[in-house]
Write a protein of this length. Structure first.
Length: 406
């Protein structure tokens, strides 16, 4: 039951933690061991891969398991939590169950009991082991949660977002996770069709009982709106629409039919712009780099921390498409072995108002952040061990982590 599962273990006790870690790994699970509340919040809020379940002690050195759970619930839908509690903490555990936690175990407990409870928790959890879609940020994960919710019903869906935000990716995720996954997915991008009426008619004839995805809904003309309204009453397919403009303004001005808008919008999925999701921009850069860099001869050695910082700070008016275009150009023109900000933003080299350079303090913070993250990843989030690797005290490392938002 645990083979291939990703389990987060939040436990500061070395003996208890090592025992649980060893047994979970023997059962085939991949385990992320975290020993501090603040580190656990960061790791679970933006995981590098989906977490299937969390095993969490209630008492932690810098907080409590309850604080971890409550903090996560304010921004994301957390994985199922199995809390470990002492005899005097049962009231707290019950309160956590009422708040949405999955289960709790009272110390001492036998390993077979622990494994049975964890396995039961995983059986009850939805098995949505789909790859990350838009990024690790809470906003991106919220979009993914809404897409899976939409996949579970058959009503129309309206996806709202700017250019390059991944609206088509979300539509395809809904189709792939739904009962119609074996039926056709017919995509009509109205922004690219010279004859929208002919494209719509061809799509309606092709879709059958599959999914019709209408992108750039705001481009739909009056005749096509009337045709679509009639088809909604007779068609067997499901419709997903996407728009970038404020449809309410178009409806208010009479440019778009209010009755059709109401039919297409019983369930809305808004996608925030990439400029509001800097963690996702950096994640997308690395995803695209891993795909495109091997095609280069010779491949670059990697992406500098300064490039990551520049990507996180850019406003991305063109969204993900702009990011990919900049990376393609950077890989074609980069002169060194590493990807630098000037490769991605060459215009900054000639703009007298923007030298493209960071201040020494900004460069030092970026370098320290990259090293601290690398050390924490190598030690599985163990601050004391990471401090040894970095040759600084645990207190100094903790202060730097707080300063850099880690």
């Amino acid at each position: 039951m645990l083979k291939g599962r990703r389990i987060a273990l939040i436990e500061d006790d070395e003996i208890m933690g090592a025992s649980l870690l060893q047994r979970l790994q023997l059962e085939g699970a991949e385990v992320l061991w975290l020993k501090l509340a603040q580190r656990a919040i960061g790791a679970l809020r933006t995981p590098r891969a989906p977490i299937d379940a969390v095993v969490c002690d209630i008492r932690l050195p810098d907080g409590s398991g309850e604080e971890v759970f409550a903090t996560l619930c304010r921004s994301i839908t957390p994985p199922p939590f199995l809390f470990i509690t002492g005899q005097g903490e049962i009231d707290q555990a019950v309160r956590l169950l009422q708040a949405g936690a999955a289960d709790y175990l009272t110390k001492p407990f036998g390993m077979p009991v622990f494994l049975d409870r964890l396995s039961a928790l995983l059986r009850a959890a939805p098995l949505a082991r789909l790859p990350m879609l838009l990024g690790p940020s809470p906003a991106a994960r919220r979009v993914e949660d809404l897409a899976l919710t939409a996949a579970a019903h058959d009503r129309p869906v309206l996806i709202r977002g700017g250019a390059g935000t991944g609206k088509a990716l979300v539509a395809r995720r809904i189709h792939a996770a739904s009962d119609r996954r074996a039926a056709p997915f017919v995509h009509v991008n109205l922004a690219r069709e010279a004859d929208a009426s002919a494209a719509l008619e061809a799509a309606l004839a092709e879709v059958g009982d599959g999914v019709l995805f209408l992108n750039a809904l705001e481009r739909l003309g009056a005749l096509e709106q009337a045709r679509l309204m009639g088809w909604l009453d007779t068609g067997a397919a499901r419709i997903i629409a996407a728009c970038g403009a404020d449809m309410a303004d178009l409806v208010g001005s009479g440019a778009f039919r209010g009755d059709l808008y109401a039919r297409l919008n019983p369930f809305e999925i808004p996608i925030p712009p990439l400029r509001d999701r800097p963690d996702d921009a950096v994640w997308l850069l690395h995803q695209q780099f891993a795909t495109l860099n091997p095609r280069r001869s010779p491949p670059l050695r990697g992406i500098t921390a300064l490039a990551d910082q520049a990507v996180a700070g850019h406003d991305w008016p063109g969204g993900g498409r702009e990011l990919r275009a900049r990376l393609v150009q950077a890989l074609a023109t980069a002169q060194g072995d590493w990807l630098f900000p000037a490769d991605l933003f060459p215009e900054r080299q000639t703009d007298p108002a923007d030298t493209g350079l960071l201040s020494l303090a900004e460069a030092r913070d970026a370098a320290e952040r990259a090293q601290i993250i690398a050390a924490l990843e190598r030690t599985g989030g163990q601050v004391a061990e990471a401090a040894k690797l970095l040759r600084i005290s645990r207190t100094t490392l903790w202060e730097k982590m707080q300063k850099l938002g880690l």
